[in-house]
Write a protein that binds this ligand. Structure first.
Ligand code: SF4
Length: 237
């Protein structure tokens, strides 16, 4: 099995001599794609920063479309962290019920308590953020990079699938913990414009590089090993 070589892609169909240049091309194309395809979810421009944290917690292991009405209902009911902190568990459960995530209700209530104490302030470090109720490694990284103004590398199941397809590498549930994959995600995440890049990747992997990838209309097709194989086999059939 061919291994990904940090800091670039091991090989490409086009034989690009510079891995860094290749990564740069992929990033640029994603950002261009995003200019006309970015999703307009209500949490993308939150009124208060804790709203983004609520969104990230609700988005875990759920379909984005289901989260939109729940997120709006949640914030319409809980205008401040203290209102969330004193709400009954039953009411919080009822609001998030459509997501099937009842176990999140006590964590959200505790988070309301934390935010009430902190005056709505949210820590800017991955380690500190993960001490908050309901905030794991993914939520912490996603919140920091998208809402907190801090560069962070985000890796979810869709992103693992996309990165592995770029180098035509098999993947499974454990791949997201592999060092080579984390190194690859790190090298793709830019030093500036990380927010725009992460949002573009999230949208792209939900819209184009999905479980059934739409390679025929993918802006990265000529830079992607899986796409090249897939498209050439379609041409031969
Ligand atoms: S070419 Fe296909 S597999 Fe590769 S990134 Fe695009 S959609 Fe995904």
């Amino acid at each position: 099995m061919r291994k990904y070589q940090h800091p670039g892609i091991a090989s490409t169909p086009s034989g690009n001599p510079s891995n860094n240049r290749l990564i740069d091309s992929i990033r640029k194309r994603l950002l261009i794609w995003s200019q006309t395809n970015a999703k307009d979810y209500p949490w993308r421009n939150p009124v208060e920063e804790w709203h983004g944290l609520i969104a990230e917690i609700l988005l875990q292991r759920t379909k984005v479309a289901s989260v939109v009405p729940v997120y709006e209902r949640f914030l319409a009911r809980f205008g401040t962290p203290s209102e969330l902190a004193v709400a009954s568990m039953e009411e919080i459960e009822q609001i998030i019920y459509p997501l099937g995530l009842r176990w999140r209700a006590p964590l959200l209530k505790q988070l309301g308590g934390y935010l009430t104490q902190s005056g709505g302030k949210i820590p800017r470090s991955l380690t500190e953020l993960q001490t908050l109720p309901g905030v794991g490694a993914y939520v912490a990284a996603a919140w920091l990079s998208i809402f907190g103004g801090v560069r962070s590398v985000i890796v979810d199941a869709n992103i693992v699938r996309w990165l592995c397809r770029l180098i035509n590498q098999p993947y499974d549930g454990e791949t997201r913990r592999k060092k080579w994959l984390l190194d690859m995600a790190e090298s793709f995440t830019p030093q500036t414009e990380w927010k725009e890049y992460n949002l573009a990747v999230l949208d792209f992997t939900m819209e184009i590089c999905t479980s059934k990838p739409k390679c025929e209309r993918c802006p990265l097709a000529d830079l992607c090993e899986y796409g090249q194989v897939h498209l050439s086999s379609n041409t031969q059939n």
